[in-house]
Design a protein around this ligand. Structure first.
Ligand code: AMP
Ligand code: MG
Length: 282
């Protein structure tokens, strides 16, 4: 049997990740998007059913954290994964430069508030990892401050997990040429001009510093209770398939159950359905 994606792309706790050695263009055995379509659609259906079950069960929750460089496909992933789910029971939160109020609190404050409640799926478009990424690369706080955050993050995620929140963290891995290609496509498509920011280009000289920061957090913060996955993302369809598969594999393992009915079906039928039929002479 083929190796599960939840094992294959998972970062082993404490391992040293070398992103340069991971092929961002990987598509497994799939020849093309066209060939993979039936599988992509099958996983979308499974995702739909499992999220419905999580909502109905109302006991646990799922938190999906998406990280990646500009144009890595965070928005596209959300569109795909969420498109498979019922919006009732899902919440997406995007994290930008902290507001004045957010900056006046500890760095985890705004993320904790957005964590999903029981029965809910929460998606973070960027996450608490920005506080050891952009913050580290640009020295937004001194090293002694950000370097303690890895432990804070692991403890925070342990707290969520102990409270019934399953956490999956995805690093969308694209290479430098692919990013430039995607920026270029935005220029060629008027419907995507709004996405272009000069800041995105300005981050490119910091590519290697970001690589170091990503490798550090992947090594330090992939835990049994909140694993990181490095997803080859040069091909959008493969990225969507891989993430859907990992979410499905994870939710299937939870062995969720519909709550027991609060009423007897027989009695309800007898009382309201058969009686009604008898009364109407049918
Ligand atoms: P976007 O996701 O393209 O809308 O951009 C959001 C911007 O907010 C990115 O440039 C992030 O690096 C930045 N950002 C997110 N979280 C933080 C943070 N905690 N501190 C500083 N900048 C952040
Ligand atoms: Mg951006």
């Amino acid at each position: 049997m083929a190796m599960k994606y939840s094992n294959r792309f998972r970062v082993k706790p404490g391992s040293k990740v070398n992103l340069g050695k991971i092929d961002a263009g990987f598509t497994d055995t799939h020849e093309s998007h066209q060939h993979a379509l039936p599988e992509i659609e099958a996983y979308s259906r499974k995702l739909h059913d499992l999220q419905y079950l999580m909502y109905a069960e109302g006991k646990r929750s799922l938190l999906i954290c998406l990280q990646g460089r500009d144009a890595a496909g965070k928005d596209g992933t959300i569109n795909h994964v969420l498109g498979a789910m019922n919006p009732q029971g899902c919440m997406v939160t995007g994290f930008k430069v902290p507001s004045r109020e957010e900056a006046a609190h500890d760095f985890l404050w705004r993320y904790h508030k957005a964590a999903p409640g029981t029965g809910q799926v929460g998606i973070f478009n960027r996450s608490h990892y920005e506080d050891v990424l952009v913050v580290r690369v640009h020295d937004l706080v001194p090293r002694p401050v950000w370097s303690k955050r890895y432990d804070h993050i692991n403890h925070f995620e342990q707290l969520l997990y102990d409270n019934g929140t399953h956490i999956l963290k995805f690093y969308l891995h694209i290479d430098k040429e692919e990013q430039l290609q995607r920026f270029k496509q935005r220029i060629d498509d008027p419907a995507r001009h709004w996405k272009i920011s000069e800041g995105d280009y300005a981050e490119r000289p910091f590519w290697d510093a970001y690589t170091d920061a990503f490798e550090a957090l992947l090594g330090k913060c992939s835990t049994a209770h909140a694993p990181w996955f490095v997803i080859p993302s040069n091909h959008k369809w493969f990225r969507n398939l891989a993430i859907s598969k990992i979410v499905v594999e994870t939710l299937e393992k939870l062995d969720m159950q519909f709550p027991a009915p609060t009423v007897s079906m027989d009695e309800i039928k007898k009382k309201y359905h058969q009686a009604k039929q008898a009364a109407s002479g049918k």
